[in-house]
Design a binder for this molecule. Structure first.
Ligand SMILES: N[C@@H](CCC(=O)N[C@@H](CS)C(=O)NCC(=O)O)C(=O)O
Length: 262
């Protein structure tokens, strides 16, 4: 009897997990993204939904980082996609010596939300993507989005070896390895996910832009600058990149952001 009840419970929970996954893969259940027109100056979209008598001011956001794309650019792209204003503080190297002692983990980026400081670039990007609707609406959807963000972080770690290497011979070897082995591996992974998206939306998950799309876009910026031919035989990835570049919410930011090598 105990066994039967256990079996029934296990079948029921497997069914629930499968049906949830089915919703994402086949019915594109990723929550609609934040649109520019949902944001009214001084009010968050959620406060508008709460009604007239509960107007909460939109938090004041300040993103502090160095004057490069680096580990802050994904969050900057989330702000741009959400059309949410923030203070983009770009500090100079000589200012860092003083500032370092004032930030909790002694590294940047730091996001301040109404004065509360948050460290760790991916924590910040995930937080913002949840706030503005780019993260999926269930735990499972969030996991599907985040697995790609973490996958791009693995790629970023490989690229960082090239960025930080000072010796020219070693740098050249790393670059060859990236081009011949690392990039093809990650291109294969990304093509797999794009082709798995039953919505055929051109985004990585569901029908709408998510943090995963922004992360892929940002992480490949440097590799494509070094090797403009990288996606030549990968039309879906090329189309994905164009989709992000031409997105109404993002195109102005991408065209006008400070040009930096990293
Ligand atoms: N895991 C952290 C790493 C942060 C990190 O290493 N930041 C570097 C810049 S990319 C930094 O602040 N370096 C200056 C220092 O360590 O003094 C994150 O993702 O935010």
């Amino acid at each position: 009897m105990k066994f039967t009840v256990h079996r029934l419970l296990s079948v029921a929970s497997n069914w629930m997990i499968r049906s949830q996954a089915y919703k994402i893969v086949n019915r594109c259940h990723v929550r609609p993204t934040a649109r520019c027109n949902r944001v009214v100056e001084g009010k968050s979209s959620s406060s508008q939904e709460e009604g007239l008598f509960q107007c909460k001011a939109m938090p004041k956001y300040k993103l502090i980082y160095f004057d490069v794309r680096g580990r802050a650019e994904l969050s900057r792209l989330v702000f741009a996609a959400a059309c949410v204003p923030y203070e983009d503080v770009r500090i100079q190297t000589n200012e860092w010596i003083t500032l370092k002692h004032t930030v909790p983990q002694k590294v940047l980026p730091v996001l301040e939300v109404d004065g509360v400081q948050i460290s760790q670039s991916l924590t910040i990007a995930r937080f913002l993507s949840r706030e503005f609707g780019f993260s999926g609406s269930t735990s499972l959807e969030r996991a599907l989005v985040e697995q790609l963000v973490d996958c791009m972080d693995d790629l970023r770690a490989e690229i960082a070896k090239w960025i930080h290497e000072k010796e020219s011979d070693k740098k050249a070897n790393i670059q060859t390895n990236l081009y011949e082995s690392v990039y093809p591996k990650f291109i294969g992974i990304l093509e797999h996910y794009l082709s798995e998206n039953k919505c055929n939306s051109g985004y990585f998950l569901g029908e709408e832009l998510t943090l995963a799309d922004l992360s892929v876009f940002e992480t490949w910026t440097l590799p494509l600058e070094n090797h403009p031919d990288l996606f030549n035989d990968h039309p879906e990835l090329l189309a994905h990149r164009k989709r992000i570049e031409n997105d109404d919410r993002l195109s102005h930011y991408i065209k006008t952001r400070p040009k930096r090598s990293v």
